[in-house]
Design a protein around this ligand. Structure first.
Ligand SMILES: C[S@@+](CC[C@H](N)C(=O)[O-])C[C@H]1O[C@@H](n2cnc3c(N)ncnc32)[C@H](O)[C@@H]1O
Length: 350
C-alpha cells in the first residue's frame, strides 16, 4: 500500500512538470536518461552505447561527486524521473549511493540493467522504482546477440527480483533473430512467470553497431508490429499501448526514418516529438543529446558547461517525429496522453 502511495506521489510530480511544460511552453527536462558508466560486462552486438568500442577501453566515468552535483542540477531544472543506464550501471561501486541520492531528491528512479549483477546489488536495486532487465528472446536467440550464458543470468535476475518484490519490465531490441512469434511468445511467457511485462524497441542504427545481419528490413518491421499487436491481444503482458503500435504500423515513411522538419510533421498530421523539450540523454562521457536516434555526441558536455547550458543547447534539436516505438510511447507519456496514463497505471499499480 505504502509502495502504491509512494509511486502515486512520484508519478504526480512527473505529471505536474509535464503539465507546467504544456501550459507554459517551457522546456523542462522531466525525464533524463543518465549513462553512469562505460564499463560493461557484456558486448551486445547492436549496442549503441559501445560507441567506438569504448567499453573495451572505458574513458573516465563520472566521479561520485560529479554525478551527485549533476543530479542536483537536473533536479533543479525540473527533472523528476531519472533512468540509469550504461554500460552496466550495476558495475559502479557507488551505484547504491547514487540511487539513494536520486530517491532522496524525490525523483522516480528507473534502472536499465542486463540483470547479471542483480543478486550482488540486491540491497541497492531494492530502492529503485522500476528495474528494466534487457533480454532479447529464447536462450539461443538472446545469447547469439547478447553473449553466451547471458540468458540464464538475466532470467536469474528476474527471478531474484520477483522473489524480493522488485518491480521489473523486460526489454528486447528487435533484430532478424527475434522478430518472430516464437520470441514474442517466449517473452510473454517469461513476463507471466516473473509477474512482469515486456516490450521491444526499434533498433537504433549507427555506423559502429555490429548490426548489419541483425537489421530487420523495413517491410518486416511493420509486419513485426502487426504480429506483436495480435499476440499482445492473445497473451497480454506487452507494455506498449495499442496506440503506439498502431502509429508504428501506420507510419507513412520507412520505419527507421525520422522527420526533422516541423512543417512536414504538421503536413503528415503526426504528433510532434518532445525529446529535447521534456527529455534528454546524458552519456557516460557527459554529452547531452535529445535522443539517440538523432545521433550521438550531438550536444554539449555537461562536465564542461554544466547541465543547464547543455540542456538549453538542445532546444535546436526539437521538432521531429519518428516511428521508433520506444520514443513514440515515451513521447505520449511526456504529453500525458490518456493511454499513457493507463500505461503508468498498469506498470505501477496492477
Ligand atoms: C545500452 S543498454 C545499457 C544498460 C544495460 N547494460 C543493459 O544491457 O540493459 C540499455 C538498453 O539499450 C538497448 N540497446 C542497445 N543497443 C541498442 C540499439 N542499437 N538499438 C536499440 N536498443 C539498443 C539494450 O538492449 C538495453 O536494453
Amino acid at each position: 500500500m505504502m509502495d502504491k502511495l509512494t509511486h502515486g506521489i512520484l508519478l504526480a510530480r512527473i505529471a505536474k512538470q509535464i503539465f507546467v511544460s504544456k501550459v507554459t511552453g517551457k522546456r523542462i527536462p522531466v525525464t533524463v536518461s543518465l549513462h553512469v558508466t562505460n564499463k560493461c560486462n557484456m558486448r551486445c552486438r547492436y549496442c549503441y552505447a559501445n560507441f567506438e568500442a569504448r567499453f573495451d577501453n572505458p574513458p573516465d566515468d563520472f566521479t561520485t561527486l560529479e554525478l551527485i552535483s549533476l543530479i542536483d542540477e537536473i533536479h533543479a531544472e525540473g527533472c523528476r524521473w531519472v533512468i540509469l543506464l550504461g554500460g552496466e550501471p550495476l558495475m559502479r561501486d557507488d551505484i547504491g549511493f547514487i540511487i539513494r541520492y536520486i530517491k532522496k531528491k524525490g525523483m522516480l528512479c528507473e534502472l536499465v540493467t542486463n540483470g547479471t549483477l542483480l543478486a550482488q546489488r540486491l540491497d541497492d536495486v531494492k530502492n529503485v522504482d522500476l528495474t528494466c532487465v534487457s533480454l532479447d528472446g529464447p536462450k539461443a536467440v538472446n545469447d547469439a546477440i547478447r553473449g553466451k550464458g547471458t540468458y540464464d543470468l538475466a532470467v536469474n535476475g528476474l527471478k531474484i527480483a520477483k522473489d524480493h518484490g522488485i518491480k521489473t519490465r523486460i526489454h528486447a531490441t528487435i533484430t532478424t533473430l527475434n522478430n518472430n512469434a516464437k520470441s514474442i511468445k517466449h517473452l510473454a511467457y517469461l513476463a507471466a512467470k516473473f509477474n512482469t511485462t515486456f516490450g521491444f524497441s526499434s533498433p537504433i542504427l549507427h555506423e559502429y553497431n555490429e548490426i548489419d545481419e541483425l537489421q530487420v528490413p523495413p517491410e518486416d518491421m511493420v509486419k513485426f508490429w502487426k504480429l506483436l499487436k495480435t499476440l499482445k491481444t492473445k497473451y497480454g503482458r506487452n507494455y506498449y499501448t495499442y496506440h503506439a503500435l498502431d502509429r508504428a504500423i501506420s507510419w507513412p515513411l520507412a520505419p527507421l526514418d525520422v522527420i526533422k522538419d516541423m512543417d512536414r510533421v504538421c503536413e503528415l498530421g503526426l504528433d510532434k516529438c518532445h525529446v529535447g523539450e521534456r527529455y534528454c540523454y546524458i552519456d557516460s562521457e557527459g554529452y547531452a543529446y535529445p535522443c539517440i536516434v538523432q545521433g550521438i555526441k550531438k550536444g554539449l558536455n555537461v562536465k564542461k558547461v554544466g547541465f543547464k547550458k547543455a540542456w538549453d543547447y538542445l532546444a535546436r534539436f526539437t521538432c521531429h517525429a519518428c516511428a521508433y516505438v520506444q520514443y513514440m510511447e515515451l513521447n505520449d507519456v511526456l504529453d500525458m496522453a490518456w493511454h499513457s496514463i493507463m500505461l503508468g497505471f498498469n506498470v505501477f499499480f496492477k
